[in-house]
Design a binder for this molecule. Sequence first.
Ligand code: MG
Length: 285
Amino acid sequence: MEKWPVGVFASIDAGLGVKLEIAHELGVPTIQLHAPEKSTRTQENADRFLQTLQDYNIRLTAVFGGFEGESYADIPTVMETVGLVPPGPRAERIQEIKEIADFAKMLKCEVVALHLGFVPHDASDPLYQEIVAVTRDVCDHCQQNGQALHLETGQETADALLQFISDVQRDNLFINFDPANMILYGTGEPIEALKKIGKYVRSIHCKDGTWSDKPGETWGAEVPLGEGDVGMENYLRTLGEIGYTGPLTIEREIPEEPTRQKAEIGAAIELLNKLKAKVGCSSSG
Ligand code: MG
């Protein structure tokens, strides 16, 4: 398989990704897919979607779970609403992420990914142990489907993630690395983080952002790829160093501006292709 095929984050009827037709028009060979609405996760729709992927010659590399009631309005709201951490909807969401994994299996996709939510940073916190147990449960379900579970980065520092993965003790638990999230959430310099957690990184986002003046309290800003503080050339070089060869999945979360979204993703594809050539993706690297 080609090293570092470009990809985009895509959506059918839920989530912030581009439509599959746009991915096709942009000519990308891979996508990650935000899981569609519960009512549309049927075998019939899966079969139709697989046919479209085949027609477009696009490979599905991950299915991302998301839940009703999640809000990324600001950092405290993320803590209260996102992922499997909030106790209120947790049981229902555990059931739903398993159903999403089963839908991913219908799509012949071996990677399920999600924002787990803000894991407590103190391992002696009872909530921490609860989240470890929840993650084991979801990993074991994915294992039965022949799937891995990838945790989206952002809310945790690299060290906290390493500790958490070690505590979960499941060998199908990996990381979807998003360098911009490290900046947006203020959880650490992304390139340093990538080097630390490199052995667990099995999928990635190409997204850029600028630091908040109050890191960890208020959001940084998401910006077009190459215009933020990640440093895309250094990012690709570091991905090379850690031995990552998988897709470079562009994520640009401005679905309310589809024209701008498509144009910016087009520019991001150009940037990545230029950097791939420069960093030396084609040969031994
Ligand atoms: Mg991301």
